[in-house]
Design a protein around this ligand. Structure first.
Ligand SMILES: C[S@@+](CC[C@H](N)C(=O)[O-])C[C@H]1O[C@@H](n2cnc3c(N)ncnc32)[C@H](O)[C@@H]1O
Length: 396
């Protein structure tokens, strides 16, 4: 049956409560658009749709991750992911003779539970495991996950709503968080640049363009040049807030590693002339589509990460760029094979299940190549095992 609404999910499927939430979110957005004189930038739309207090996707109470949610991340798919990252943390702790972890955007808490379990079995528990997450309902869910899975370790876990201010040494982890940072959407013409935003047409939210600011025009001209030129009408995204945000969330790290994992590309590939519609992707009830104007507040809205921009943010934030590779190579280098044996023990069925999960995490057509990992080191020089099999820094 064809959906009643665009975006792949019908109103009936959403249910009354979700519909009522979407209606409140839409009323909020309409109010903001009227207040702003009939138009808001896409960046402000995305910020409101994801983070408006009590209404935004991450501020309100939808299930979001895992079965019955909207999308599945690597830690939801398999404990192998966390077990491998635990090994990278342990290597850094060995060098620092201890340390803490700050996980940014911890989702259901699955990654925290997997990492803590594996670090415990390696005898390398962190002094503290801090979670920085904007979502109150996900912070509750993380606590429940950890109370269930590692009740004896809950004492070392702490939840933060703002970046930490007290210095610590150790590891910062962020898996699939950068893709939620609000982005500007632009349309490029040889003689001018437009910023795409949201207006009201009849009773619908609709795309509308305005001349881009001088700052956005300058940024887009530089991107066009890096990409080797675009044709008239090229549409894509640009995340202006990435440098300030990454600097802020990593400020308290004294010595250690910041590990970013997300889907994205080096700039030249991200802004390829043939990718004429950008990289926006929405997730609702395990279906992906590219219309962020439907179901505001009910669906996740993401944009791919420009890893060249992330690399450029590294030095001003006080770090050295220590590695860039695909998720496949990260997990292979961290010993995913061994982790499969460790987690499965002598149970052949469990081993077969883990082998299937490893394929989804690592095959190029699945998550293996779309997802990349980038390592930043601050006041610490050491080879990182996770980046020992592949070095893609020259592609940035
Ligand atoms: C796509 S989920 C990924 C969850 C988890 N890292 C995983 O891999 O399963 C994004 C997570 O980041 C959180 N988040 C989104 N924007 C954030 C921000 N600006 N600061 C901190 N957390 C954020 C969300 O609440 C959610 O927990």
């Amino acid at each position: 049956m064809a959906p009643e609404r665009p975006g792949g999910v019908s109103g009936a499927e959403l249910g009354e409560e979700a519909q009522a939430h979407a209606d409140r979110m839409r009323a909020h957005l309409v109010g903001r658009i009227h207040e702003a004189g009939g138009w808001i930038s896409f960046e402000h739309y995305m910020e409101a749709a994801l983070y408006a207090p009590g209404l935004g996707y991450y501020s309100a109470g939808a299930r979001k991750l895992g079965p019955g949610g909207d999308f599945t991340t690597a830690p939801e798919l398999s404990p192998l992911f966390g077990a491998c990252l635990a090994r990278q943390c342990a290597e850094v702790f060995d060098r620092l003779e201890g340390g803490s972890i700050l996980e940014i955007g911890a989702g259901s808490g699955a990654l925290a539970a997997d990492i803590l379990s594996r670090l415990e079995s390696l005898g390398r528990l962190p002094a503290r495991y801090r979670v920085l997450d904007v979502s109150a309902d996900l912070r509750d869910r993380q606590r429940r996950t950890l109370e269930k899975r590692v009740p004896h370790l809950i004492g070392c876990v702490e939840w933060l709503e703002l970046p930490p201010t007290a210095d610590f040494d150790g590891v910062i982890l962020a898996n699939e968080v950068l893709d939620a940072l609000p982005v500007a959407r632009f349309r490029w013409h040889p003689s001018r640049c437009e910023e795409l935003g949201v207006a009201i047409e009849g009773d619908r939210l609709a795309w509308a363009a305005r001349p881009a600011s001088a700052a956005l025009t300058l940024a887009c001209d530089a991107l066009a040049q890096a990409a080797g030129g675009w044709t008239d009408g090229y549409v894509s995204e640009y995340c202006a807030r990435l440098p300030a945000w990454t600097a802020e969330v990593t400020r308290a790290l004294g010595r250690g590693l910041a590990l970013w994992i997300d889907y994205g590309l080096p700039r030249r590939q991200y802004y390829l002339p043939e990718r004429r519609d950008g990289t926006l992707m929405c997730h609702l009830r395990q279906r992906a589509h590219d219309d962020p104007l439907v179901h505001p507040g009910l669906q996740d809205i993401t944009a791919w990460v420009d890893f060249t921009a992330l690399a450029q943010a590294c030095t001003p934030a006080g770090f050295a760029l220590a590695g860039f590779c695909t998720q496949t190579h990260l997990l292979a280098a961290l010993g995913v094979d061994q982790e499969m044996h460790t987690l499965a023990g002598s149970d052949a069925h469990r081993y077969a299940r883990f082998a299937g999960q490893a394929r989804r995490l690592m095959l190029p057509g699945e998550m293996g190549e779309r997802f990349k990992a980038m390592a930043w080191l601050r006041n610490l020089e050491m080879p990182l095992r996770g980046f020992s099999l592949q070095d893609l820094r020259h592609t940035l």
